[in-house]
Write a protein that binds this ligand. Sequence first.
Ligand SMILES: [Zn+2]
Length: 448
Amino acid sequence: MPSHTDSLASPPLEVPSPTAPSEVPASSVRQHPRQDEFGFEVGTRLSGPDGTPALGRTGTITTPHGQIRTPAFITVGTKATVKTVLPESVKEFGAQAVLANAYHLYLQPGSDVLDEAGGLGAFMNWDGPTFTDSGGFQVMSLGSGFKKVIDMTPVETSGADDAVAPGKERLANVDEDGVWFKSHLNGDMHRFSPEISMGVQHQIGADIMFAFDELTTLHNSRGYQVESLERTRRWAQRCIAEHFRLTDERGAKPYQALFGVIQGAQYEDLRRKACTDLGAMPFDGFGIGGALEKENLGTIVGWCSETLPEDKPRHLLGISEPDDIFTAIENGADTFDCVSPTRVARNSAFYTPNGRFNLSGQRYKKDFTPLQEGCDCYTCTHYTRAYIHHLHKAKEMLSHTLISIHNERFVVRMVDDAREAIEDGTFFELKERTLAAYYAGKPDPQGA
Ligand SMILES: [Zn+2]
């Protein structure tokens, strides 16, 4: 793993000493009897190229709606739909679980609607495991208009804590108790707090929920990161208390697991402190969130995996590219979500083992081969590039559906292969082979 010590240097703050994977503390902290209805079991541990233990692992998450074999790619269904794809196809391309967005479903149609429908899975006709994120990311990113991944140059700039991206209006304000934000749909003011987020997520009814946290950006000062991390810690405690209260109050419903979210931006001491603080709380698992640069992804996930309790699953919130997926798995992420397969499909980009290409090109007009030779997905076994190119040119929506099915299948299969490779001890060979072929293909610059 490359060292980023220089760019990540920061004053020390109660740094716990790093531990080797084999010494990672196991925590069986459970404070609610119903937490036994959710489980995680570690399977095979990844060995490094020189035979030393690495952080990656296989495992099995057990939820009331079935199991997830990890590492697993969690398909994103933001508004209770995997965009343009039927749930039957989602099952067929091999998705093990779907992640929806609490913020979007709270605003539309309202979490009470999902509650009355019998929860997210019943509402969207998906009988497998489901996740919701807390809404914190969407609410906070309205605040500054920043994307999740931004460059980290002016980290210590004074006044940056109030920075707003060019052309963006500040739509959210954080205080000790929660956040006021303006709906992106109609401008109405709404309040999110740890208690409100828990209430919304219990109503939505996903198997795995995330604690409400404050998102910072890499532009926030270190002082603000420290302050924010403390607030996220206090919010985590409030989320657990409200979650247990709602679990009792809604006793007839399937148990919903709660994951704490690790923030701390690019600072090792802050990330490890968050892992130690939240790791001691009775969460069912953890999310690794917040601002991180692509090049530091492995380092930051590695710090978290070393410091968090070994016996609980870790979800990496929102990544996008094949190299990020291998990096995340190698450094101990058990599950991760990613909107890219369907997002790029709507721009007619498709994945192949030799890179990402864009079907809008004229060279596909009479290309009667599948998107990927040998792919077992519904699209590749029934349709040609020429046909989907035609659909795209004719602005027919079926092109989004067909490309999305292939792209989702491509990523699911890549993660399935990585899981098997951990089991057979061939992970690093697979990683090298896969990434060399993918990035040697010089993907079409218009593929984004
Ligand atoms: Zn395919």
